[in-house]
Design a protein around this ligand. Structure first.
Ligand SMILES: Nc1ncnc2c1ncn2[C@@H]1O[C@H](COP(=O)(O)OP(=O)(O)O)[C@@H](O)[C@H]1O
Ligand SMILES: [Mg+2]
Length: 241
């Protein structure tokens, strides 16, 4: 279980998260939606240990992670698939995947996990020896997800996995996420594709201006007036970019 309590994060004098609290139960798929600049990436980066909170606590499986290094947090089973994928363009697909297995635990399971990632994404096996930089956007997202899986996460944090991808590719990424969820993984997904993610996720939080302004079951939020007007109406931006 992930517990975030009264989390405050700032960039210098600029406060980005104003005391937010949320929970992700074991095996749950939870979405985080909100406009650009709301603090969604800030929250995921802080959970992954890339940013240090000014106040508040983050607990994973009962113990705080807020004071640990990113490396240690991955060892504890929490992996981030960052916005923009952050691959090593001049390394091969295979090399990028192997870099994801850097913890002792993941090293031991590396071969089996590589086979698993190739089973999930056969395209990555076909492209095994190609440079990551030569892949299509969809293939790069698969690689970023595959690399995170190489670290054997129990909680996967995904920052806008569908950004810039064609609808067909988005559908296949989302069906992989649904499959991981069925296998028992916990997922926390930031998405601009609000309709799709609220359909997929069990629960969602709405983040606006660094504050949680709504929470509920995905299906229920799809009927919510504020959500419909802000994220699903004809004027909603970036709904399916
Ligand atoms: N590295 C940074 N330095 C200063 N301000 C930042 C930095 N990253 C994000 N911010 C600011 O923090 C706020 C939240 O940003 P972010 O978490 O990226 O939002 P989102 O992912 O919801 O679009 C925004 O006002 C943004 O301008
Ligand atoms: Mg962001």
């Amino acid at each position: 279980m992930l517990e975030v309590e009264r989390l405050e994060v700032s960039y210098g004098a600029l406060a980005a998260l104003h005391g937010i609290s949320l929970t992700i139960r074991p095996g749950e798929m939870v979405a985080l939606v909100g406009p650009n600049g709301a603090g969604k990436s800030t929250l995921l980066k802080t959970i992954a240990g890339l940013l240090v909170p000014r106040a508040g606590v983050i607990r994973w499986e009962g113990r705080p992670v807020s004071a640990e290094t990113p490396h240690r947090i991955i060892e504890r089973g929490v992996a981030l698939v960052p916005e923009g994928r952050r691959l090593f363009a001049r390394m091969t697909v295979r090399e990028n995947l192997e870099l994801g297995a850097f913890t002792t635990r993941a090293q031991r399971e590396r071969r089996a996990q590589l086979d698993r990632v190739y089973r999930i994404f056969p395209r990555l096996l076909e492209r095994e020896r190609q440079w990551a930089g030569s892949l299509s956007g969809g293939e790069q997202q698969m690689l970023a997800l595959g690399r995170a899986l190489m670290g054997l996460p129990r909680l996967l944090l995904l920052d806008e996995p569908s950004l810039g991808l064609a609808p067909r590719v988005v559908e296949s990424i989302f069906s992989v996420l649904a499959e991981l969820h069925r296998e028992g993984m916990s997922l926390f997904i930031v998405e601009q594709n609000v309709q799709a993610v609220l359909t997929l996720a069990q629960r969602a939080y709405i983040l606006e201006g660094g504050r949680i302004v709504g929470e509920g079951e995905g299906q229920r939020l799809l009927q919510d007036d504020h959500v419909r007007a802000a994220y699903l109406g004809p004027l909603a931006r970036g709904a399916s970019s």
